[in-house]
Design a protein around this ligand. Structure first.
Ligand SMILES: Cc1ncc(COP(=O)(O)O)c(C=O)c1O
Length: 459
């Protein structure tokens, strides 16, 4: 006898075989608990309902339940029915030798994340409802690998307005964050026989891995206080840069170097990948427009919702030169068919309704205040620590005093429950520094996090 029932919203497939129905049912239930298809606390159907589903006598089910209660697999309580026991011993259950760290540090000033506690849940939920209400059922089917036209159109308008990007919706590809966008581009470059990508001196470790996994070698270009030293670019096939706010040094790419980079690309039929990961956040003057605006045929513009909203959304976008769009679309199709529909519809609605702009304006204000508080606290409590890269973005660089090193400072901070990130995680640097992600903590933890940082640096 085979049946599937929905238990607490979980579809459970139960295969009761053999002549001894009761023993078969018991074994099937034990199996399900062991394999955690039935989780602790899950309420089982009444014996009457299960018996009717299975087409067997109610007594048989009741006896099987009784046996499993006696063995400790299930619990039965009047009023709350029969449930999977909480502390079932699972014989032979695999225990990983390298457990995944699940405990977050109490205080976190590492870069890479906005304040996740400030995610605009209500507005996002409202956008989801509206989007789902309005979408025709056909929207839920297979669709364009580049993403839904609604979102590509909303982004084209937004990017032109907010970042100066020259964007035709036909040339936008929605991807699973910058990480996938870069992977798509590198695949296409590799397919065209390109084997080297110039990057800046500092790189996210994942970015390096993505590039190399595509069979492309990296040439790191030194960075100074005017950004990447473009004049030192060698014969690479392409260039990856963060022109608005160098990651993690925090300087913009200087005007003459922008021009040099564009000339370098044009002269050698090369591509520039513009990682505009935090271009929305500029505090002390007007945002620097995107490099792409000056050479839409040579620059792939890459944006992401990871800083403006949350990395967990996995929503990013590429604005692709026309000559590359077909190949990028094909690789995207092969990678995962198409981006997820509901998130796209929601983001499109979120942008169209003005909620995205409002959230960014609010966040910009909040992060600017945090930046000012961070700088003031460091200035007052550890004046020997110089801070740079502060005009934009969600992180700043704190240069360590002579005699201090990143490892020792981070270890001391960890003892106080504060997670810090040294600059050397991103590439070799001449002087030790910390990359302070001041957006990361929730608002209520920010003051304590900064106080701990100052205490650690003041020793
Ligand atoms: C330099 C840089 N680029 C891009 C990203 C965003 O990556 P993704 O969109 O894959 O979340 C980050 C996030 O930490 C980053 O630091």
């Amino acid at each position: 006898v085979t049946t599937s029932w929905a238990i607490s919203g979980v579809d459970l497939h139960l295969d009761v075989t053999g002549p001894r129905i009761r023993a078969g049912l018991e074994e099937a239930l034990r199996d399900s608990v062991r394999a955690e298809r039935l989780k602790p606390g899950t309420r089982l159907p009444s014996s009457r309902a299960l018996a009717s589903d299975l087409g067997i006598a109610r007594n048989t089910v009741a006896e099987a339940y009784g046996q499993l209660v006696a063995e400790g697999w299930l619990t039965a309580r009047r009023g709350s029915g029969t449930r999977v026991a909480g502390a079932v011993r699972l014989p032979g259950r695999h225990v990983s030798a390298t457990p995944v760290a699940t405990t977050a540090p109490r205080y976190d000033l590492r870069p890479g994340s906005p304040d996740l506690s400030a995610f605009p849940r209500a507005a996002w939920l409202a956008a989801t409802r509206r989007a789902l209400d309005r979408a025709p059922y056909t929207a839920l089917g297979y669709s364009d690998p580049r993403g839904l036209p609604e979102l590509r159109e909303a982004l084209a308008e937004y990017l032109a307005r907010a970042r100066g990007v020259t964007a035709d919706p036909e040339h936008i590809v929605i991807c699973s964050g910058f990480a996938q966008g870069l992977w798509l581009i590198c695949h296409v470059l590799h397919g065209r026989g390109r084997r080297t990508l110039a990057t800046e001196q500092f790189l996210l470790p994942l970015t390096q891995q993505v590039i190399e996994s595509c069979g492309i070698g990296i040439e790191r270009t030194p960075v100074d206080d005017r950004g990447a030293r473009i004049a030192e670019l060698k014969r690479a096939d392409a260039l990856l840069v963060t022109p608005a706010h160098q990651f993690p040094i925090g300087v913009p790419l200087a005007a003459e170097r922008r021009s040099q980079a564009l000339a370098w690309a044009a002269e050698g039929d090369r591509v520039i990948i513009e990682d505009d990961y935090d271009g929305e956040f500029r505090y002390d003057r007007h945002p620097l427009g995107a490099l792409q605006a000056r050479a839409a045929d040579d620059v792939v513009y890459a944006g992401t919702a990871s800083k403006t909203l949350a990395p967990g959304l996995r929503l990013g976008w590429l604005v692709v030169p026309p000559r590359l769009i077909e190949e990028i679309t094909r690789v995207k199709l092969l990678a995962d068919r198409q981006p997820a529909t509901l998130e796209q519809l929601t983001l499109a609605e979120f942008i169209r309704s003005g909620a995205y702009d409002r959230h960014i304006r609010r966040s910009r204000l909040a992060y600017r205040r945090r930046r000012d508080r961070l700088i003031a606290a460091l200035h007052e409590r550890v004046p020997h620590v110089r801070v740079s890269g502060i005009a934009a973005g969600l992180h700043a660089l704190a240069h360590l005093a002579p005699g201090q090193d990143e490892g020792t400072v981070s270890a001391r901070a960890a003892e106080r429950g504060l997670a810090l990130q040294g600059l050397s995680a991103y590439g070799a640097s001449a002087a030790p520094a910390l990359v302070i992600g001041y957006a990361t903590p929730p608002e209520h933890a920010f003051t304590s996090a900064v106080a701990r940082l100052c205490a650690v640096l003041s020793r």
